[in-house]
Design a protein around this ligand. Structure first.
Ligand code: NAP
Length: 333
């Protein structure tokens, strides 16, 4: 978002040994630790971080054939989209719809990223992580990761530093076209839905919403979606439908429903392009809060607080910020 202040101390973690060394140092000096991946889903206070920032820069991608499928071990610091591009190029399916997501690969299992009909948890075989407290390395199989919608053990219990994930991928000629936007793209273009065509389609759809980081697109100067899509109980849906029959609600596990945060924002009267001083809602997507130029973290937090309050006043639903907030917080509800 191009806001925030400096780190008091900063380590480029480019090896497991460097990670252990840095954690030992932080323990001995009693420094707070902030684990930084790609930095694309983060709002840091304007005063910065008074502790040690560990920039996870572990690189590498190894493949191993297992029967007809391929296990791919991806180091946490690999740029996520570069990984997707390589896997699609290798003819491996299961992740092509995750094209264009910014940030580092290590963040993918933490919030179980998903988009356009695929979620990373569907292809994760295991995740390796180091305990911030003990420095011990542990390997979690998929079940132990306890994935759910945009959530995992690592998000709920942030004392783990993800160092790598291993994906289990099948070869595939064609990509996943289950998502409405992707289907529309192909029915308009009429081209075959090969893996690389689906990747290109997702990139094109994301670009049309300014959801691909691009220095030439000022509407992409944000952290993507600023709020998660709320998962609510059926009684909330019944209450909402009584006033607003057309509210979109998608059934999820355990009889609950997923709402569209972007829809709630727009229908609470905050149109795309709404400005709050130096920060605004993207003209392309109401869920993205963007830096219009010269903003600081407190401008972002103010705008997000106004959005959250307005949605709550209109619908009685509390939006939860998706980015990691460091040293800043939204106004209490
Ligand atoms: P969108 O296409 O406007 O859809 C808004 C919401 O409606 C999303 O939560 C989406 O669910 C849901 N939805 C749409 N069609 C659905 C269907 N047939 N069944 C169930 N749910 C349906 O979303 P957007 O904001 O532009 O985002 C596009 C995609 O990128 C979405 O898949 C979104 O989740 C993803 N995204 C992910 C992250 C992340 O992982 N942190 C951040 C930004 C965007 P799903 O969320 O389940 O797709």
């Amino acid at each position: 978002m191009a806001v925030g202040g400096p780190a008091r101390w900063f380590v480029n973690v480019d090896s497991a040994a460097r990670l252990c060394e840095a954690l030992d140092l932080a323990h001995s000096r009693k420094w707070s630790v902030l684990v930084l991946g790609g930095g694309s889903n983060l709002v840091i206070d304007d005063t910065g971080f008074d502790g040690l920032v560990l920039h996870i820069n572990l690189l590498g991608l190894q493949t191993n054939m297992e029967g007809g499928a391929t296990a791919v071990r991806v180091a946490a610091g690999e740029p996520f989209d570069r990984v997707i591009q390589r896997l699609v190029g290798m003819g491996l399916g299961g992740v092509e719809c995750l094209s264009g997501i910014p940030g580092a690969a290590g963040a993918a299992p933490i919030q179980n990223i998903g988009a356009y009909g695929q979620e990373i948890c569907e292809v994760v075989q295991s995740v390796e992580a180091v305990s911030l407290e003990t420095g011990m390395t542990k390997c979690f199989d998929r079940e132990a990761c306890d994935f759910s919608y945009r959530n995992s053990l690592f998000k709920r219990d942030p004392h783990w530093v993800v160092t790598s994930m291993t994906l289990f991928l099948e070869p595939s000629e064609y990509g996943n076209v289950s998502y409405r936007d992707v289907q529309r793209f192909f029915s308009a273009s009429g081209t075959p839905t090969t893996l690389s065509a689906v990747r290109d389609a997702v990139l094109s759809i994301r670009r049309s919403k300014s959801m691909v980081l691009d220095p030439n697109d000022p509407n992409s100067r944000g952290c993507g979606s600023f709020f998660t899509n709320p998962i609510v109980e059926p009684d909330v849906i019944n209450r909402l439908r009584a006033d607003t029959p057309d509210v979109p609600a998608y059934p999820t596990q355990n009889g609950r429903f997923k709402l569209s945060a972007g829809w709630l924002i727009e229908h609470a009267g905050l149109k795309r392009g709404t400005r709050f001083g130096r920060v605004g809602l993207s003209p392309k997507h109401a869920l993205a809060i963007i830096n219009l130029g010269g903003a600081c973290a407190k401008d972002v937090v103010h705008a997000a607080s106004v959005v959250r309050r307005q949605v709550f006043d209109q619908f009685g639903v509390v939006l939860v910020p998706e980015p990691v907030l460091v040293g800043v917080a939204l106004d209490p509800m």
